[in-house]
Design a protein around this ligand. Structure first.
Ligand code: HEM
Length: 391
């Protein structure tokens, strides 16, 4: 196994010691296989997409899906807008919420100056912890999107925003075998949501149309749904994005591809795509069966759980390579597929691209001087990834 793949497996193992085994033996779950206690397991990209696109037979609202988790925290209205016709209407309203252009502008405005400071620090011979920087950048983006007022405009305040998003997401930890939450967990989650969305209602009423909350209002997304969406953005868009940023920096280093990218900077979108594919920050996606159906010759019954091993499906074609062309079967399975395809994908791509550009713009190769994997987290990632420029 090469260095890059070894580090990636260690990233997974630190998050959850069972994860490398599940994701590796998951290769045999092609096209679909039943595993005791886990339910149906899928690692074939075409079968995965088939399930994610089939809203008639699969849902994320039943036991085993994230909608079921969120309904316990946010309220029963989740059942109206997280899936089915209500969700379809909300996704139609928010189709233009994030575009490549407005995501790039958001990232430039909100994290551009902080990235420039990191670039100068590197150029001056200093060391930057890219994992920490990624968390701070994501905290800044989330705070901006949610109209949060932070105590002070410094890294510590945005680390705090990130940790809050992480704490909320961590509530989903331990739900691999059941998505029924303990009452104390529900109470804690409600507290966090109330704190993080405290300004949303007020900002939603008055925000200019070029901000996220203003855009939601103009698009006709009612206030309560905007609050729910804000919560989702925080949960879905914090750890995932920070993970992809740090891991892509490590992959470019560990494979040596950074030299090629510096020589051919027009390949930046390939580097971002490959970083997302190989890291697949959300390594599995859960669904439950809404109505009996057949998949690849197997009979799935209403109420069964399905676990889609996206990491396994995405990494099967091989390691990080700038030369890998578009994979038709996988497409962008790292962002899911179908009706729940990641709403923030343009933001995630812009964030990763901006970080890589900062490193490239120094004009010199970087080396990793220290790294540590993040332990016991929902989304596998680096705790610390210290880089400096080669002399
Ligand atoms: C590398 C970063 C990211 C990855 C890998 C990722 C991955 C995903 C995946 C796999 C899903 C589908 C989940 C499912 O079908 O059950 C999803 C949904 C979602 N993501 Fe992302 N995400 C990322 C970043 C973001 C960002 C930055 C935001 C917001 C700014 C965001 C907002 C959302 C939302 C709102 C949904 C729910 C969509 C729906 O249910 O209709 N994500 N994401």
């Amino acid at each position: 196994m090469d260095t890059a793949a070894r580090h990636e497996l260690r990233v997974l193992a630190a998050a959850n010691p069972a994860l490398p085994l599940l994701l590796t033996i998951g290769r045999f779950a092609r096209p679909i296989r039943r595993i005791p206690r886990l339910g149906w397991v899928v690692s074939d990209p075409v079968t995965a997409r088939l399930i994610l696109n089939d809203a008639t037979h699969f849902t994320l609202l039943g036991e085993g899906g994230v909608g079921h988790l969120w309904a316990q925290v946010l309220g029963d209205w989740v059942y109206d807008v997280f899936d089915g016709p209500g969700h379809h209407a909300l996704r139609t309203q928010t189709r233009e919420l994030f575009t490549e252009d407005n995501a790039a502008a958001l990232v430039r405005r909100v994290i551009g100056p902080r990235l420039a400071a990191a670039g100068s620090q590197l150029a001056g011979g200093g060391t930057v912890d890219v994992a920490d920087l990624a968390r701070v950048m994501v905290g800044r983006i989330v705070a901006d999107l949610l109209g949060l007022r932070v105590a002070s405009d410094d890294d510590a305040a945005y680390r705090e925003v990130f940790s809050t998003g992480e704490e909320l997401a961590a509530l989903a930890l331990g739900t691999t075998t059941s998505t029924v939450l303990e009452p104390a967990t529900v109470a804690r989650a409600k507290q966090i949501v109330a704190r993080m969305t405290s300004n949303v209602a007020q900002v939603w009423r008055t925000a200019p149309a070029d901000t996220l909350l203003g855009r939601c209002r103009e698009l006709g997304v009612e206030m309560r749904h905007t609050e729910g969406l804000a919560t989702l953005l925080m949960v879905a868009g914090t750890e995932t994005a920070a993970s992809a940023m740090a891991r892509t920096v490590a992959l470019l280093h560990d494979t040596g591809a950074q030299d090629r990218l510096r020589a051919e900077p027009q390949r930046l979108p390939d580097a971002v795509r490959e970083g997302l594919r190989v890291s697949t920050p959300a390594p599995l996606i859960g669904r439950s069966v809404r109505a009996d159906t057949d998949v690849a010759g197997r009979r799935l019954r209403a109420g069964d759980r399905v676990m889609i091993l996206t990491w396994t499906a995405n990494t099967a074609p091989g390691g990080f390579s700038l030369d890998r062309s578009y994979l038709r079967d996988n497409r962008q399975l790292w962002f899911g597929a179908g009706r729940h395809l990641c709403l923030g994908a343009p933001v995630a791509r812009a964030e990763i691209g901006a970080l890589l550009s900062t490193l490239l713009d120094t004009g010199r190769p970087y080396r990793i001087v220290a790294r540590r994997y993040r332990r016991r987290v929902l989304i596998p990632s680096y705790e610390m990834l210290r880089v400096s420029l080669a002399s």
